[in-house]
Design a protein around this ligand. Structure first.
Ligand SMILES: Cc1cc2nc3c(=O)[nH]c(=O)nc-3n(C[C@H](O)[C@H](O)[C@H](O)COP(=O)(O)OP(=O)(O)OC[C@H]3O[C@@H](n4cnc5c(N)ncnc54)[C@H](O)[C@@H]3O)c2cc1C
Length: 557
């Protein structure tokens, strides 16, 4: 028998989009339930870097950055082209900074600004060489009390000995721990702290990046009095007289009918694990998503069944990232997203013909687009002994951690010569030899005439400032040689439910469906299939979640 429950707002999904909407609505006096399908809260958000792209955010002045609405709009016009949606982009640009101010004032959410993290196309009109992105401040997971066990842990492949390494200064310490006493001491303190936390709490408690963001949002939801249901998938939306009035939710084996006085927010994290929609919208047959297994496109299906319009026309249906497959000790395969290593000096990417195809320091989304442009779905990151010991490669960590386990597991390929490496990887040896000859000749003078690696502030952000004149280019010449295979994955999907500037879901005639909202990756991305900068999914997710929460409470934004 169905049980009936009533509230003002039901939110489906507990990532950044859902929790932002829930906290906002609750703080505006509404009674809110968050129904989360998975046994833990946080979704992809908890696995993420925790960066939000918010042009004109309130901390820009403190880090000496000048920005304007006009510049940001110009940049987005350039990035989105014919997909530019003035209503939603204006809503994002106007409300992003207000959302940040509101969360910092009203909740446990805190951010650190970065003056240095550039837009991904900083030289495009309106682009900036840094200052538009903020990252969730580190968070002490003990503040969640028993709910810490209910927070999705970070991606194991992105931790070191299980430690989540924060971006910025912390990452620098970990990269330099064999070179500097201060960094070694920092790392030792983190290791000891992590060991103690594992002993007492069964997991690390110093949360950084996306885990800190999800943890802080969860703390804020608890403080505000949001009801949080885990293992509670939303199965069906209930409509009456054209308006969404509730939903069917499964919980603890029971089927509940939740009636809403105000509305339902869909924030189920898009469709990265929906094989059917992926097969239809992704250009490549084989896809490897690090997103949680439960992000199967439920939000899109629920919306469609309620009469919503979906837009599947973007040139890229998802935010692409190259990932490598990491064999785990338990026999399963983990996915390592390659954000940083591609830009390092002495690392190039080739396809099976042994030829380069892209400026490897460009964004992950641009890298994969270039790969697809070759008609390929697989590439190899190729490097030499100097570079791999200095920077690591993918899941392989730098000196003094050993390479042997990765070679034994088959993750890392090693060859005494480039020809030997090519044979092991199945790359054309003559092609690779020719590529290395050209690349090395130019790399001697720090140039890369073929692809311009190191040519943008974004390339250089992840380079090695100690390598001069080009922090992203150095010869690949010191044997042995190494390669890691990368395939195509995503960080979240872009195609989705059509919404307006108030986060209301629109029907086929572009009229709002009363009582239905969408935020996060369930909603069509405003980025037009492009990836303009660090945090362009979480920035809009939290902004449109906040906008939805306020609209539900009757506050105009
Ligand atoms: C390694 C990695 C790093 C990233 N770094 C960044 C970054 O720094 N900045 C950035 O902007 N983006 C980043 N991304 C992308 C970003 O994490 C996602 O775009 C974002 O978290 C999506 O938020 P969301 O709220 O839409 O969904 P999610 O955070 O995925 O939350 C959706 C939730 O909905 C639940 N759900 C699904 N179906 C149902 C249902 N029927 N009923 C109830 N609940 C349901 C899911 O279980 C999930 O918990 C990264 C992604 C990855 C994988």
């Amino acid at each position: 028998m169905e049980r009936r429950i009533e509230c003002d707002v039901l939110v489906a999904g507990s990532g950044a989009g859902g929790l932002a909407a829930a906290v906002t609505a609750r703080k505006h006096g509404l009674e809110v339930i968050v129904a989360e399908k998975a046994p833990q809260f946080g979704g992809t958000t908890a696995l993420s870097g925790g960066w939000l792209w918010i042009p004109n955010h309130p901390m820009q002045r403190q880090i000496g950055i000048r920005d304007s609405l006009e510049e940001a709009a110009t940049y987005l016009l350039h990035e989105t082209g014919e997909k530019f949606d003035p209503e939603r982009i204006n809503a994002f640009l106007a409300n992003g900074p207000r959302m940040v101010e509101w969360f910092v004032r009203e909740s446990a959410v805190r951010f650190d600004p970065s003056a240095l993290f550039p837009d991904y196309h900083p030289d495009a009109p309106g682009g900036k060489a840094g200052g538009r992105s903020i990252v969730a401040s580190a968070f002490d997971g003990r503040e969640l009390g028993p709910m810490l066990a209910k927070l999705r842990p970070p991606l194991a492949e992105l931790t070191v000995f299980g430690i989540m390494i924060g971006s910025g200064a912390e990452l620098v310490h970990f990269m330099r721990w064999s070179k500097s006493v201060a960094s070694a001491a920092f790392v030792a303190r983190r290791l000891i702290g992590h060991g103690c936390a594992r002993l007492f709490y069964g997991r690390g408690v110093r949360l950084t990046n996306g885990n800190a963001l999800a943890g802080r949002l969860l703390r804020s939801a608890l403080d505000a009095g949001v009801q949080l249901w885990d293992s509670a998938p939303v199965r069906e939306l209930l409509k009456k007289n054209g308006a969404v009035r509730g939903a069917v939710v499964e919980r603890n084996g029971a089927v509940l009918q939740v009636s809403v006085r105000k509305g339902v927010v869909l924030a189920c994290g898009g469709f990265p694990q929906d094989r059917e929609r992926r097969a239809r919208l992704f250009p490549h047959p084989e896809h490897h998503s690090p997103a949680p297994a439960g992000n199967t496109g439920d939000g899109l299906r629920l919306a469609q069944a309620a009469g919503a319009k979906l837009d599947e026309s973007l040139p890229n249906a998802a935010a692409w990232v190259p990932v490598s497959r990491v064999p785990r000790e338990d026999g399963t395969i983990g996915l390592f997203p390659h954000f940083i290593d591609r830009a390092k000096p002495g690392v190039i990417a080739v396809t099976r013909n042994g030829k380069r195809f892209v400026n490897e320091g460009n964004s992950y989304h641009d890298f994969v687009q270039a790969l697809l442009g070759q008609g390929e779905t697989t590439a190899w990151l190729v490097t030499d002994h100097r570079a791999i010991r200095a920077y690591g490669l993918g899941f392989v960590k730098p000196r003094p951690l050993p390479l042997a386990p990765h070679i034994e597991s088959g993750y890392l390929l090693r060859g005494a010569t480039p020809a030997d490496l090519a044979a092991r990887a199945g790359i054309d040896a003559a092609g690779l030899a020719a590529t290395l000859a050209t690349y090395n000749r130019d790399a001697e003078s720090g140039t890369d005439p073929d692809f311009g690696k190191g040519g943008t502030a974004y390339n250089r952000f992840y380079g090695d400032p100690d390598i001069k004149p080009n922090p992203c280019v150095a010869p690949i010449e010191q044997a042995p040689f190494y390669a890691v295979q990368v395939v195509i994955g995503d960080l979240g999907t872009y195609a989705g439910i059509v919404t307006n500037g108030d986060s209301q879901v629109l029907d086929e005639n572009r009229r709002p469906i009363p009582g239905l909202y969408a935020a996060g990756n369930d909603a069509l991305s405003i980025m037009g299939g492009n990836y303009p900068g660090p945090g362009i999914t979480l920035g809009p997710a939290m902004t449109f979640g906040w906008v939805a929460g306020r609209h539900l409470a009757g506050v105009t934004t």
